[in-house]
Ligand binder design. Structure first.
Ligand SMILES: [Zn+2]
Length: 141
């Protein structure tokens, strides 16, 4: 598959003259100020001219940026599930255990990595603090 700048695909609704959105195929453009731009789309990596790059031809700075990329963005361009496999394939270290993309309205506790509704945040944080205090007290006694 080649790089496709037409991110929104439409089709005619069968039996009507209506047009509907069929799918969205987003891409991310990355630059480092020196090399030509690199594009990510549908789990592939493309050079500025649109030619697909083999993993070993992807510049190192692209991997570094991808490691820091928001998980939701990685997911949209099809890289979320395979970034670590690709890193291992090129002999790099995997980024970190892949984190789950946080859903809208959800919150992930940094301490125990549990995901929950945002409105549970305060109660959850307080519970951790109580545990810590209890553990501290047990140590002192
Ligand atoms: Zn927690």
């Amino acid at each position: 598959m080649a790089l496709d700048f037409q991110t929104h695909k439409y089709r005619k609704k069968p039996g009507t003259n209506l047009v509907e959105l069929e799918k969205v195929n987003p891409y991310v453009r990355m630059g480092n100020g020196e090399d030509a731009y690199i594009y990510l789309q549908a789990g592939k990596c493309y050079a500025g001219g649109g030619e697909m790059l083999d993993l070993e031809d992807v510049p190192g700075w692209v991997w570094e940026k991808m490691k820091k990329m928001d998980h939701r963005v990685l997911k949209e361009v099809g890289w979320y599930d395979q970034l670590n496999d690709a890193l291992i394939a090129i002999g790099d270290k995997p980024a970190e255990p892949p984190k789950k993309a946080t859903e809208r309205g959800k919150w992930v506790c940094k301490q125990c990595e549990e995901e929950m509704d945002k409105n549970m945040r305060l109660a959850h944080t307080m519970a951790h603090r109580r545990e810590e205090k209890a553990a501290q007290k047990a140590k002192e006694e």
